[in-house]
Design a protein around this ligand. Structure first.
Ligand SMILES: *Cc1c(COP(=O)(O)O)cnc(C)c1O
Length: 368
């Protein structure tokens, strides 16, 4: 039977055996009742806070919740934040950002998805008219998902942090995949988080923990975050078994993610040999974006690939996303290269679909 190769997301990495074992063992003990007195949760929060150079951390169910708590704490309803056009907070979280935090996003063009210090400085210096939403926060994302898992250029976060401190603004880093940046650059998490007043990290993507994310910041920030987490329905209990799994899943992560990045490079090399420039530039980390020719819909290709036991995601109708994770081995990479090459060459030989007939609008309304 052909194996299914699932490149849709690093959410599909599965749970490392050591994490599964820790989860089962911990679940057999008596759970804790309180919001923050579980010893495994406390240990997870303390260990990662130390790694990332923050005073404290808080275990939360999702990275979206971590991000939204940060927005609530740094902004007042009616404020705005600066973020790169394609950032997760501005795209996937747009409804939460507006609806829960009441915050508008000023979207700025990034370089490979990343706001440069110069762009931030110019945006903060630009005069704002009366009635404009005051900008209280600058939002960074590393690695940047929609740009293809790109790494923020070294030093940009620290430089942005410095200029924001001088301008009385805060910086949040959406580090859902900061682990991949850690593995790809060899830099400590704390160096990668320099300049950020708060940080969010996913544990359930590349790391492979069964569930959960962390929000990090100062002691005062996390004390308030505990309260906001509760108001948003995120005060999950008991979670000792999930925290124990996350602690175990963090061990050995750098080697594991390094292997993912190497395989993403192989996938890129194979697709570039077959499809040329459409395979884009070589990936920085574990995400590869494939640009489709005009007239070919990503959802169509996704369906065809599924028929060949290959799962990918349509990031939009012109872009396929492949994410490499722990369940993708060398054989899955070879299968993906071969299947994509075959299906794309078949597509290219088909005549383009007829262009739709223009329809007139605008003259149908008659006022009585
Ligand atoms: C996945 C993701 C999130 C949200 O994570 P959830 O746990 O699914 O809410 C936030 N930011 C980025 C960059 C992500 O890729």
């Amino acid at each position: 039977m052909t194996r299914i190769a699932d490149f849709r997301s690093d959410l599909m990495s599965g749970i490392p055996p050591a994490a599964l074992e820790a989860m089962v063992q911990t679940a057999q003990g008596a759970p804790e009742m309180g919001f923050r007195d579980d010893p495994f949760q406390a240990r997870l929060e303390r260990e990662v806070a130390e790694l990332a150079g923050f005073e404290e951390a808080l275990f939360v169910p999702t990275c979206t919740l971590a991000n939204q708590i940060a927005l609530r704490l740094w902004c007042r309803p009616g404020d705005s934040i600066l973020a790169a056009t394609d950032s997760h907070v501005a795209s996937s979280e747009a409804a939460s950002t507006a609806g829960l935090a009441g915050v508008a996003v000023r979207r700025l063009a990034g370089l490979r998805g990343h706001l440069s210090p110069g762009t931030v400085q110019a945006a903060l210096a630009a005069p704002q008219g009366p009635g404009a939403q005051p900008t209280s926060l600058v939002w960074l994302e590393n690695t940047q998902m929609r740009a293809g898992g790109t790494l923020a250029p070294a030093g940009w976060g620290a430089a942005i942090g410095e200029l924001c401190r001088g301008a009385g603004r805060r910086v949040h880093l959406d580090g859902s995949r900061l682990w991949n940046a850690e593995a790809a650059t060899g830099l400590p998490l704390a160096t990668l988080a320099q300049g950020a007043d708060s940080l969010s990290l996913s544990l359930n993507k590349a790391i492979g923990a069964p569930a959960g994310s962390l929000l990090l910041g100062s002691r005062d920030f996390i004390r308030e975050a505990v309260a906001v987490r509760g108001t948003l329905g995120g005060a999950w209990r008991p979670v000792g078994f999930l925290a124990a799994a996350a602690i175990a899943a963090l061990r050995g992560r750098t080697d594991r993610l390094g292997a993912d990045h190497r395989r993403a490079g192989l996938l890129h090399a194979g697709l570039a040999a077959a499809l040329g420039h459409r395979a884009g530039e070589a990936p920085d980390t574990n995400i590869l974006l494939l640009a489709l020719p005009e007239g070919i819909a990503a959802s169509d290709i996704v369906d065809r690939l599924r028929g060949e036991h290959l799962l990918a995601l349509a990031l939009d109708e012109a872009t396929l996303r492949f994410v490499v994770h722990a369940r993708i081995d060398d054989q899955a990479i070879a299968q993906a290269v071969e299947t994509v090459r075959r299906i794309m060459s078949h597509q290219a030989s088909k005549p383009p679909p007829p262009s739709p007939q223009p329809t007139r609008t605008g003259d149908a309304i008659r006022w009585p």
